[in-house]
Design a protein around this ligand. Structure first.
Ligand SMILES: Nc1ncnc2c1ncn2[C@@H]1O[C@H](COP(=O)(O)OP(=O)(O)OP(=O)(O)O)[C@@H](O)[C@H]1O
Ligand SMILES: [Mg+2]
Length: 272
């Protein structure tokens, strides 16, 4: 685990404004949620702007942001901290959740369903009226800084019976539902992010929309905004649009030859 220094919040501060194009009233709603320090859950498919939104909000609110990518091997100690043994003896090292609670950061637990339920449970006392984090092994009770807020992300599509949040976890959060933006807005995002003409971005979005209609009919997920940005970036580098789409939009999405052909046919109708 990388060394974290709780006394230096500056390192977690976002210096430059991230580009975020609002798609509804999410910015204002989030500001209100932050004002009450309500824990927030962002739900939505992969690559639709959840992480970008949190980065933007942390920048806008001027708060440090600590992001943790969750996985099934993650333990409670990976979040709260552990004792380390080095040549000077034993010392305690705060985990990222503890650092965030101490310095008053926004702590973003990405893909939280991936974590085991016994790991997720450590956030419970932080996400109700108590706002405390018990460090059992150290025998310390950390009271969360008034600026601390917990944000989790969650991709409803990947959830299974085995992997879901407990109701007692879910019902500690306000939920923000994300999806791919509507066509005009998504095209503007792609044009701006990739530095391509709007007319090309519009075509990319139409290809994505066709793939999204195949969701549940051979595809688990359609082409994400993230992949559209990748395609746009290749085009901006001079790669012919068709090849850019093959590399960035179609090949990552499927291993099924028929679906691959169907998607490439869609690409052909927009780019020669
Ligand atoms: N509203 C938006 N404004 C600006 N850029 C956006 C927006 N939505 C998506 N993007 C672009 O899409 C990319 C992917 O978004 P992001 O990384 O936030 O996805 P995500 O929802 O966090 O996905 P995952 O669940 O896979 O982590 C961003 O890097 C950005 O280029
Ligand atoms: Mg993300």
């Amino acid at each position: 685990m990388s060394e974290v220094n709780a006394s230096n919040p500056i390192q977690y501060t976002i210096k430059n404004e991230p580009f975020y194009q609002p798609v509804g009233d999410e910015v204002e709603l989030y500001e209100s949620a932050y004002a009450t320090k309500m824990p927030v859950m962002l739900k939505g498919p992969t690559g639709c702007g959840k992480s970008r939104f949190v980065e933007y909000m942390a920048w806008k609110l001027g708060k440090p942001l600590i992001t943790v990518a969750c996985n099934e091997d993650m333990t409670a100690s990976d979040l709260v901290g552990r004792f380390l043994i080095d040549i000077n003896g034993t010392r305690w090292q705060d985990g990222p959740l503890t650092v965030a609670a101490r310095i008053g950061a926004i702590c973003y637990l990405d893909e939280v369903v991936e974590a085991r339920q016994d790991t997720t449970i450590v956030i419970h006392p932080l996400t109700d009226h108590r706002r405390v984090l018990p460090l059992d092994k150290k025998g310390e009770l950390v009271e969360a800084h008034p600026d601390f807020q917990l944000v989790i992300s969650y991709n409803p599509g990947y959830q299974s019976m085995m992997k879901d949040l407990k109701q007692s976890t879910k019902q500690r959060f306000g939920g923000f539902k994300f999806d791919y933006p509507k066509a005009e807005i998504e095209a503007e995002i792609i044009a701006k992010e990739a530095g391509i003409e709007l007319s090309i971005a519009e075509k990319l979005v139409q290809i994505a929309q066709r793939s999204r209609n195949l969701k549940g009919h051979g595809l688990d997920e359609g082409i994400s905004t993230r992949l559209l940005v990748y395609a746009g970036q290749l085009i901006a580098k001079g790669v012919p649009a068709k090849q850019a789409c093959r590399v960035a939009l179609v090949t990552p999405l499927t291993d099924d030859v028929d679906i691959w052909d169907t998607l490439m046919t869609a690409v052909d109708t927009f780019f020669e």
